[in-house]
Design a protein around this ligand. Structure first.
Ligand SMILES: [Zn+2]
Length: 259
């Protein structure tokens, strides 16, 4: 992920040097029509497109998985999962939304985290949290299912994947470093905006769990092996400490502080 942007930017620049600005602009136009156009149409229509792997799942498989995972979780956590899934289904206008709970063998970080995969669509949630922690995390993930968040995500992914090669193909080498830096700053700013937006909405809805979850996440990050800490330091997410700080302003509780 860290090597892809400079690599594709460089590839675009090399093609431009080899074939000249005219042909490079033509290549950029082809890339834009083939790759960008379908994504822009998806961002406008927001029709959920099921991932082939999810489509291939036997009917009821996701439901069976959730039923089995529910057996090892507190009933309140299961209720929070079911309620969050219902809210997300309404927003996505789908009849069902698979929820996958991590298994007890997963590393600790996975077991306290959550993610919404818009192209699934599906929600993956850790199984090692208290009910308030899970309620906050689920509220955060459901926050990513608003129409605005999904549109931003689609366009962000587009810029993240083909934006770099387009810069390389279209811009003169002299302005390329500045343009690359600007795109990187923009992508990080938009990603942080998405996360902060989902955090704020979730903390307002499930404030009790926000402070608890950040306390747990900070503690888990502190104890995590180095390779997990490198993953956690991804610039695409605001630092955990910062997220704990602004959610504290909403909930009035510092991470780890009793209610
Ligand atoms: Zn998020």
């Amino acid at each position: 992920m860290y090597v892809l942007p400079p690599l594709t930017l460089g590839l675009g620049a090399v093609i431009r040097l080899a074939v000249g600005p005219g042909l490079a602009a033509g290549t950029a136009a082809i890339v834009a029509v083939l790759v960008a156009l379908p994504v822009i149409i998806s961002a406008l229509t927001l029709r959920p497109r099921w991932h082939p792997k999810l489509r291939a799942l036997p009917a009821g498989a996701a439901e069976e998985h959730l039923r089995r995972a529910a057996a090892r979780m507190p009933p309140e956590t299961v209720r929070a999962i079911v309620a969050a899934r219902a809210r997300a289904c309404l927003r996505l206008r789908v009849d069902q939304l698979p929820v996958f709970c991590t298994s007890p063998d997963d590393p600790p970080k996975l077991r306290i985290s959550g993610t919404f995969v818009p192209h699934g669509p599906l929600i993956i949630i850790g199984d090692a949290m208290t009910a308030p922690q899970a309620a906050f995390l689920l509220a955060h993930e459901v926050g990513h299912t608003t129409r605005c968040q999904r549109r931003i995500h689609l366009l962000w992914s587009l810029a993240m994947t083909v934006g770099w090669i387009l810069l390389g193909l279209l811009l003169a080498p002299a302005v390329l470093p500045a343009a690359g830096l600007l795109l990187a700053v923009l992508l990080v700013a938009v990603a942080w905006g998405r996360e902060i937006g989902a955090d704020v909405a979730a903390a307002r809805q499930a404030g009790e769990g926000a402070a608890d979850w950040y306390a747990l996440a900070l503690e888990t990050a502190r104890r995590a092996p180095w390779y997990q800490r490198v993953l956690l330091a991804s610039p695409i997410h605001p630092p955990l400490r910062l997220r704990g700080l602004y959610t504290r302003r909403i909930t009035g509780r510092a991470p780890g502080q009793a209610a």
